[in-house]
Design a protein around this ligand. Structure first.
Ligand code: WTA
Length: 653
């Protein structure tokens, strides 16, 4: 049988942790991978949280349904706030900076008071245990307060990214039957105000389940915009007015370990959004454990995860994990290129950030903008870097290592999904020697394998990434859609979780993610993942970003079409002789990974179609390359990108 996916690219560079980093790391020896009893391992992490009543059984597994810490009761907000008051009451929990530069900070005591008051508000509006609350907010502190307040009273939040349309919000509210919506007058994005309340009004008009809309006044919002806002009597209330009289005394609801903490809709790069369900005890345990060991959180760290709370990364690694670990979390509302393309670096310098966790899409944009920008800032506070969301191409990794990490900071390339709840494959920065482009090893206690079509393990080579034992933060289902839960994740091999990702393992047992299985290109009988060809292109000194897709070809069946973004500093040169440049890129791929992967066609573009969380939508590139009408474009960040790309492609064909 042919391989599920072929492994082509060779990458031999390796970066062991420095002795100093290892010595001080929370996980500092390979012995942490020696887990004789997986359930006991996870229970030891759960014991580090506060429980009202202890569990009677660690795991109940009736595939595909898992229950963790059965019979235990706890509260997620109490674990993120109350339990720190005695030792960290005056420590900064959140340092927030708005896009216009306004700064607000909350100590753990202040955040606890704010969350308690808002919990009282929600209760007074009739929100009860098990109810759903929708949150449609810019990345302001009140968004985090709202999430934790829901958790405090046992209501499930459903955060909808503030960049989504009112239709997207409407669909998600309807699916979850949310009782209350929390929104804001507006949010900032690249200097513009996004009128969230107006968009929310349009959505709520078709949402009979919503009894109340709570509106946060974005402090710096312009008067002009607020004048045109309407507040619907009996339905809409101002956050600040409700808070004025709310009681700061709100005992957390001690919920079952399996109480739903939240639902979060994910469409990935294809298909109708699914409401992924996460529960409390197991989820919090694994978010906490990974924060301690992967981000190596220490008392003095200033930790910045750049994700929006609209994504799972914002849930697990802006809110629940780091706050459960008592960290100081830095939060920035706006865009990386506002007012200039060095905003991230100036924030790191200003707030003395020590840990930065961001996405390859951002790193490739920084590469395109040039290393002179970070070079102009003092980034010496940084000690650890992270990446998540897509495979990171080795050259992007090297750029991050050199220009941001000063060849000093370990990089944790963390693989996980909305569905997995927390990081499953990652280096531990004080233990594992990293290799550019590899997510390295499964987190201790996680059973990740590469399987072939029939479910046999591939020890070295390519195949499907699967998780073969349950883990605490795994999804518990898809909201209102048990059939899809089974068919999407559990039907390829019985009792085994199918990730939908292709991956390979090298002779050292390291994992290399190769892209979504749906995007694999079958060229003359070879199954080639998108990651390796894109990485070969990004390896060329002129290329900042690349996306490849399979297109129909008379002889090969499928050929490769590549869309590439050229670094700003190299654009003139590339434009001078396009045919020569195209040949140079094709030759480069041939040289790096072989003639089999040589692209048939190369199109230089200024932009690529991406989801709002920054993932390349190759499905739309295939539509363009094959001259089809464009498929569903509703999850696109910027619909104009595909239209102009389509014109350009057709012009050059
Ligand atoms: C991809 C984000 C390679 C992968 C936390 C996965 C990655 C999907 C990595 C989940 C990584 C995420 N290396 N690929 N380090 N991290 N992915 O649900 O395809 O937004 O299945 O969760 O992103 O995306 P999601």
């Amino acid at each position: 049988m042919s391989n599920a996916i072929d492994a082509l690219l060779q990458e031999n560079r390796s970066f062991p942790p420095s002795e100093e980093f290892r010595r001080n790391a929370n996980a500092s020896s390979d012995a942490v991978y020696n887990i004789p009893d997986r359930e006991a391992f996870w229970a030891s992490w759960a014991e580090q949280l506060d429980w009202k009543t202890k569990w009677s059984k660690v795991l109940e597994w009736e595939p595909p349904y898992a229950k963790w810490f059965v019979g235990g009761t706890l509260n997620a907000s109490a674990n993120c706030l109350d339990r720190h008051l005695a030792t960290r009451g005056d420590k900064q929990a959140i340092i927030w900076e708005g896009e216009p530069g306004d700064v607000r900070t909350f100590t753990y005591r202040e955040l606890h008071a704010e969350v308690s008051k808002f919990s009282s508000v929600l209760k007074s509006l009739g929100v009860q245990l098990g109810d759903r609350v929708a949150i449609y907010m810019p990345l302001v502190p009140e968004a985090i307060v709202a999430m934790l307040a829901c958790a405090r009273i046992g209501a499930a939040h459903s955060v909808v990214f503030g960049g989504f349309s009112s239709e997207a919000l409407r669909d998600r509210i309807q699916d979850a039957e949310a009782k209350v919506l929390i929104t804001s007058t507006a949010g900032y994005r690249r200097g513009n105000l996004v009128p969230l309340k107006k968009l929310a009004d349009a959505a709520v008009a078709d949402c009979p389940s919503i009894a109340h809309v709570i509106v946060v006044m974005r402090r710096a919002a312009s008067d002009e915009m607020d004048d045109t806002l309407t507040m619907e009597p009996n339905r809409d209330c101002w956050y600040h007015e409700l808070m004025r009289t709310a009681s700061a005394d709100c005992e957390p609801a001690w919920v079952d370990s399996e109480q739903v903490l939240y639902t979060l809709y994910t469409s990935g790069t294809t298909g109708k959004p699914k409401g992924i369900v996460h529960t409390t005890g197991g989820y919090l345990t694994e978010c906490y454990a990974t924060c301690k060991w992967v981000f190596d959180l220490k008392e003095n760290d200033v930790y910045w995860c750049t994700a929006d709370i609209g994504w799972v990364t914002g849930h697990s690694y802006v809110v629940y994990g780091p706050l459960a670990a008592g960290a100081t979390v830095f939060v920035y509302e706006g865009a990386p290129d506002w007012p200039k393309q060095d905003r991230f670096w100036s924030l790191i310098e200003k707030h003395k950030i020590t840990i930065l966790y961001t996405a390859p899409t951002a790193i490739r944009a920084f590469m395109k903008w040039g290393h002179e920008l970070p070079q102009g800032h003092d980034l010496s506070s940084l000690r650890l870097l992270g990446s998540v969301g897509e495979p990171i191409n080795p050259e992007a990794w090297m750029w991050y290592h050199k220009w941001i990490g000063a060849e000093r900071c370990p990089i944790v390339d963390t693989w996980w999904q909305t569905e997995t709840g927390s990081i499953l494959i990652t280096p531990l920065p004080g233990v594992v020697a990293t290799k550019p482009g590899s997510a390295t090893r499964a987190f201790p206690g996680v059973d990740a394998k590469i399987l072939d079509e029939r479910g046999n393990e591939v020890k070295v080579g390519g195949g499907y990434l699967a998780i073969t034992s349950p883990w605490p933060s795994m999804l518990r289902g898809i909201w209102h859609d048990p059939e899809r839960y089974v068919s999407q994740y559990w039907s390829k091999w019985p009792g085994i979780y199918f990730t939908g990702d292709g991956a390979k393992r090298d002779a050292d047992g390291y994992f290399w993610l190769l892209g979504r299985v749906d995007d694999v290109m079958n060229v003359a009988g070879h199954r080639i993942g998108t990651m390796e060809v894109e990485s070969a292109l990004v390896d060329h000194t002129s290329v900042a970003e690349a996306a490849v897709v399979g297109i129909n070809h008379d002889i090969k069946g499928t050929a490769i079409a590549a869309f590439v973004i050229v670094k700003s500093s190299r654009l003139q040169e590339a434009k001078k002789d396009p045919a020569k440049f195209e040949k140079e890129l094709k030759d480069h791929v041939t040289e790096k990974i072989g003639a089999i992967a040589r692209p048939e066609k190369i199109l230089v573009t200024a932009d690529l179609p991406k989801t709002r969380s920054g993932k390349i939508m190759r499905r739309l590139l295939r539509d363009i390359a094959e001259g089809r009408a464009l498929g569903d474009v509703t999850t696109l960040a910027d619909p104009t990108v595909v239209a102009s790309l389509k014109d350009k492609y057709e012009e050059e064909s």
